[in-house]
Design a protein around this ligand. Structure first.
Ligand code: NAP
Length: 278
């Protein structure tokens, strides 16, 4: 252990809504460490100064959240190749020599959340339908491809963004117009919503699930509410459903390990603690 009092935090703007302090402070306590994980409200215009200041503060590193995930990449000394493919970082780890390394664990969190719901889940068990073409979609697509997915049907309100994203990944990803989202479900083994539709305060995602096999997993990266209208409809017709809480909790594990040299667990106690804050 580098320090006796360990420290990390999350940079975002705004950042007060972040659940990361609850997660990491829970693990700090559970691991018998002394320390704290805090919130760093960093304005976009101050991002470079804040990131460069990490070295001087002597903290272990930090998480990066909206709106900084893309811009932060240019201010670290090295970016993990996986994060480069995801086009964003969500974690910075201070190395022994003071260098700042950037990582993205969102894809890892997403895959772990699927495995939690279905331990024998295989990415190549059938086509995956991904709705949305923003930052979360890119992380999900990289993770699915690296897990062995060979057919991803990508649908986004703005078709050109889905086409641009698909182009980066070659044959495995094909973009379709948003109006095709119900037909795209035919024969699919996985449906993932990465749009903000269905989130608290947003409109619900409008999609009839008739064409989706009941054997398919339905996942939503949203975790407020825990059960979006999409997940409720999928559960009622018998699909296995996965909410975004697992992704949030599991992406935090490799960061904690990198900072504090302990791989923490996602326990029901931690899950309940987070749910109590939603
Ligand atoms: P983003 O880059 O802003 O992308 C938003 C996506 O939602 C775009 O594809 C956008 O389509 C689509 N969208 C927004 N409003 C829409 C509407 N009215 N109709 C149809 N599509 C609409 O955001 P992001 O970073 O990818 O985040 C997306 C969601 O993932 C958020 O709810 C976020 O909280 C969640 N998330 C969860 C986790 C987790 O750990 N569970 C991690 C990351 C993100 P256009 O391209 O047409 O605008």
């Amino acid at each position: 252990m580098k320090n006796t009092f360990v420290m990390a935090g999350v940079m975002g703007w705004p950042v007060s809504h972040s659940r990361s302090p609850v997660i990491h402070n829970h693990w700090i306590k559970q691991s018998g460490l002394t320390g704290a994980y805090g919130l760093f409200p960093v304005k976009p215009s101050q991002l470079e100064t804040a990131i460069r200041g990490i070295k001087a503060l002597g903290i272990a590193g930090c998480n990066i959240t909206l709106p900084h995930k893309v811009n932060a990449m240019q201010f670290v000394d090295w970016v993990d190749p996986l994060a480069i493919r995801m086009g964003a970082i969500n974690t910075i780890v201070v190395q022994a020599d003071g260098a700042l390394h950037g990582f993205n664990n969102d894809g890892y969190g997403f895959i772990q959340s699927l495995r939690e719901a279905q331990p024998n889940w295989k990415a190549n068990s059938g086509p995956a339908v991904v709705l949305g073409a923003g930052g979360a979609a890119r992380a999900v697509i990289v993770a699915l491809i690296d897990s062995g997915a060979t057919e991803i049907r990508l649908l986004n309100r703005t078709l050109s963004k889905a086409e641009d994203l698909a182009r980066d990944f070659g044959e495995a990803v094909r973009a379709f117009p948003w109006v095709e989202r119900e037909n795209a479900l035919h024969g699919a083994a996985l449906l993932v919503n990465t749009t903000s539709l269905g989130m608290h305060g947003e409109s619900p995602l409008v999609i009839a699930l008739n064409q989706l096999p009941v054997s398919a997993i339905v996942s939503d990266v949203i975790y407020i509410p825990l059960e979006t209208p999409l997940l409720a409809a999928a559960r009622l017709r018998g699909n296995i459903t996965v909410n975004g809480l697992g992704m949030l909790l599991h992406q935090a594990r490799p960061a904690f390990k990198a900072w504090f040299d302990v791989m923490p667990e996602v326990t029901s106690e931690l899950r309940d603690t987070i749910i109590a804050t939603l």
